[in-house]
Design a protein. Structure first.
Lengths: 111, 111
């Protein structure tokens, strides 16, 4: 069966520090991968999506970047965090058209 | 611009009551998905509807896709405290796998 792992679950980082959130998928090949941010338990904002290794599309220009070094690995990064980067980050995968499977999320607090 | 509008934003009801949540758009979607999210967790897919006018039932939950594939509704019969959560609708646009999420309906069911 397919599973998705996202870590860490919570993270507190100082302003100006770097960030690396990792997401891995098991049990499927060539999935579409997504990074979302959710503010205050409300709607999801798509940050990046990837349809293959090294292929990254950015939805919203900001202080973050994403990479897909392997088929089932998706990484969200920042060189210097801002206070406004705080939020709940969700990774998800899909095979297109039949629903997303989300990870359990990372609660990031920038202080 | 919010592509999908959900209403109501908040709903607080007593156990045993019925409720309906709406998801509306001026855009046509190839499919419409509903998710439920609990605090600190990622959203979990409940259903995908793909055909205009389609109705799907999942125990006490009934999902309907509008004839024109622009809107959807979720009806819950005899709500239970375990139904409490954030209900999100998401429409798939012209890019396969690209979902547009509504802001969600926060449902609280009191015992």
């Amino acid at each position: 069966s397919q599973t998705i792992h996202q870590w860490p679950a919570t993270l507190v980082q100082p302003v100006g520090s770097p960030l690396s959130l990792e997401c891995t998928v098991e049990g499927t090949s060539n999935p579409n991968l997504y990074w979302y941010r959710q503010a205050a338990g409300r709607g999801l904002q798509l940050l990046f999506y990837s349809v293959g290794i090294g292929q990254i599309s950015s939805e919203v220009p900001q202080n973050l970047s994403a990479s897909r070094p392997q088929d089932r690995q998706f990484i969200l990064s920042s060189k210097k965090l801002l206070l406004s980067d705080s939020g709940f980050y969700l990774c998800a995968w899909s095979l297109g058209g039949w629903g997303y499977t989300f990870g359990s999320g990372t609660r990031l607090t920038v202080v | 611009t919010q592509l999908l509008e959900q209403s109501p934003q908040f709903l607080s009801i007593q156990e045993g009551e019925n409720l309906t949540v709406y998801c509306n758009s001026s855009s046509v979607f190839s499919s419409l998905q509903w998710y439920r999210q609990e605090p600190g967790e990622g959203p979990v897919l409940l259903v995908t509807v793909v055909t205009g006018g389609e109705v799907k039932k999942l125990k006490r939950l009934t999902f309907q896709f509008g004839d024109a594939r622009k809107d959807s509704s979720l009806h819950i019969t005899a709500a239970q405290p375990g139904d409490t959560g954030l209900y999100l609708c998401a429409g798939e646009g012209s890019t396969l796998g690209r979902l547009y999420f509504g802001r969600g309906t926060q449902l609280t069911v009191w015992p």
